[in-house]
Ligand binder design. Sequence first.
Ligand code: PBG
Length: 312
Amino acid sequence: MVQETVLRPADFIAPLFVIDGKGAPQPIKSMPGVYRYNVKDLVKECRALHKLGVPAVALFPKLAAKFKNEDGFHALDEDGLILRAVQAVKSAVPELTVITDVALDPYTTHGHDGVLTAKGDDVDNDRSVAILSEMAVLQADAGVDIVAPSDMMDGRIGAIREALDDAEHTNTAIMAYSAKFNSAYYGPFRDAVGSSQAAGTRLLSKATYQLDPANRRQALNEAGLDEDEGADFIMVKPAGAYLDIIREVRDQVGKPVAAYQVSGEYAQIHAAAKLGWLDLERCRHESLVAIKRAGADLILTYFAKDMAKLLG
Ligand code: PBG
């Protein structure tokens, strides 16, 4: 009767990984219960999620090596995997909101979210923004409802909004990864999309464009900039270690706030449960209640399906 925070299936967005071909779902070792699906199986999974009351999915491609290069050329291929996936899901389950990632990390050999400068020692912010804007328009052409720039380049929200509007995609929304921290909790995701080779381990880390985990003021500033540039949703990521940021962003912005319980947060609960050290169901619930209590209107989580089954 006096419980203040209640979870429901409509709170969740399910991140899903997609691969080309006809093969069986590929398990991801560091993310028990999470698979990479071919397009046909992806559609099946989306149907199931929709039936369970999950309102949206966020799609991430895992590409074969031949589709990767320094410049992430395949991100602008009109026959690209992610575009085919969007079309398939939207035609089979039109009521399900589909979100696509706007970032180059699955497409670049170096695993960065943008293209590099001529010297190769940093991302080239402005050249990256131009490519990401084109990428967003292609995704909108394919019928996606929301584009989600997770790249953290400066000025990309305004540029993407303008590019979408120019292409008459005024109804395509933008979910901005606004306060995206340079986090070690992304490890299992990088295994899933195959971007781990560069990120944080070689020459460059993502520290020049993702936020320093020590910085609260900067996170609020980024959220404000993205809202001003036209973001329809503001995201904080990761979630569990950044509950203070979620709360402050919620208090500061007018738009819906999404929080991403990332791969490492999911993996650590599973790992401890596997060792018999934590109770999976209780920790899963507690971690998600905390994120919602902190102020998240929506939660991206690999637990989306489990939770919807439980709560539905
Ligand atoms: C990259 C991207 C990342 C995640 C979503 N989009 C990882 C990174 O920045 O390297 C992480 C999600 C997760 O860990 O679950 N554009």
